[in-house]
Design a protein around this ligand. Structure first.
Ligand code: C2E
Ligand code: MG
Ligand code: MG
Ligand code: MG
Length: 285
């Protein structure tokens, strides 16, 4: 019996799993060190008007400058950061840095209306009782107007903490901070909560945008999301636009804003400087 168990155990706990667990533990230790040493950077992806092709703002996207592995994408560490709670200090660092940088760009490149900054807020961070206080402090320290800040949250945030989330959203609205629903369409209850929360824009998830070119199967869905948003007086931003075909369909469907590689990948702050200074508006072939 013991032998059988030992064998079974041996089969389940194979070497590849061992190395996965060890890797995860190593990643967690690295991430803790990264928070202490502030090994993060913020990259910025333009959000563009589909009427003028002008940049209206940027989304702040965190990267981790790992001493051995180089620049690590958030896809590889955000979920671990959430599980370990490290997303809270990381998130505040990103928020502060993004607000500081946007204020600097606004002063350097005055535009009417002013450029805005969109920052992703994770579920864990959204539950922090002092979130409002922290945001208030960051805006005060950096000099950024609340109306220039947009917080991107997903419906998970709303579903996991319905009561406190509602209260939080109302306070943010009172402060004049816009709320954008990220990754819209891929969740479970997208439609039912829409009218209950004071959001000012929906970001159509990239997985839908991929299939809207020439007879793409998601065109009707995207059309429906846009119509719904318009009837609720909510703005729409299409994520992950890569082709001219996708862009044309979105324009036909009266989607006002887009973000994607067709305009630009996320850029470091120096490249954004050059971009704002030189190529407003975008020119596409
Ligand atoms: P997201 O908020 O939905 O951000 C959009 C993601 O799509 C970004 O990936 C962006 O680089 C990518 N993207 C934009 N346009 C295109 C395109 O045309 N083609 C393709 N293939 N991809 C495109 P990124 O930077 O890797 O971030 C992934 C996710 O990590 C974000 O998805 C967000 O959920 C999370 N994240 C990033 N930064 C932060 C942060 O500071 N805090 C939190 N809580 N989450 C973050
Ligand atoms: Mg986002
Ligand atoms: Mg998104
Ligand atoms: Mg997404």
């Amino acid at each position: 019996r013991a032998k059988a168990l030992g064998k079974a155990r041996h089969e389940i706990f194979d070497f590849s799993m061992y190395s996965q667990a060890a890797q995860l533990l190593q990643l967690e230790m690295d991430l803790r060190r990264a928070v202490e040493r502030q090994e993060f950077q913020v990259h910025y992806q333009p959000i563009v008007s589909l009427e003028t092709y002008k940049i209206i703002g940027f989304e702040a996207l965190v990267r981790w400058q790992h001493p051995q592995h180089g620049l690590v994408s958030p896809e590889r560490f955000i979920s671990l950061a959430e599980e370990t709670g490290l997303i809270v200090p990381i998130g505040y660092w990103v928020l502060r840095e993004a607000c500081r940088q946007m204020r600097a760009w606004q002063l350097e490149f005055p535009a009417h209306p002013p450029l805005t900054i969109s920052v992703n807020i994770s579920s864990k961070q959204f539950c922090q009782p002092n979130l409002i206080e922290q945001i208030h402090q960051i805006l005060q320290d950096t000099g950024l107007e609340a109306s220039s800040l947009k917080l991107e949250i997903t419906e998970t945030v709303l579903m996991e903490n319905y009561e406190s989330a509602t209260a939080m959203l109302l306070q943010l609205q009172e402060m004049n901070i816009q709320l954008h629903l990220d990754d819209f369409g891929i969740g479970y209850s997208s439609l039912s909560y829409l009218h209950r929360f004071p959001s000012s824009a929906l970001k159509i998830d990239r997985s839908f945008v991929i299939n809207i070119g020439a007879n793409g199967k998601n065109l009707e869905i995207v059309q429906a999301i846009i119509s719904l948003a318009h009837s609720l007086n909510i703005d729409v931003i299409a994520e992950g636009v890569e082709t001219m075909d996708q862009l044309r369909q979105l324009q036909i469907k009266k989607c006002k804003h887009a973000q994607g590689y067709i305009f630009s990948q996320p850029l470091d702050s120096q490249s954004v400087d050059t971009l704002i200074a030189s190529s407003l508006p975008f020119k596409l072939n």
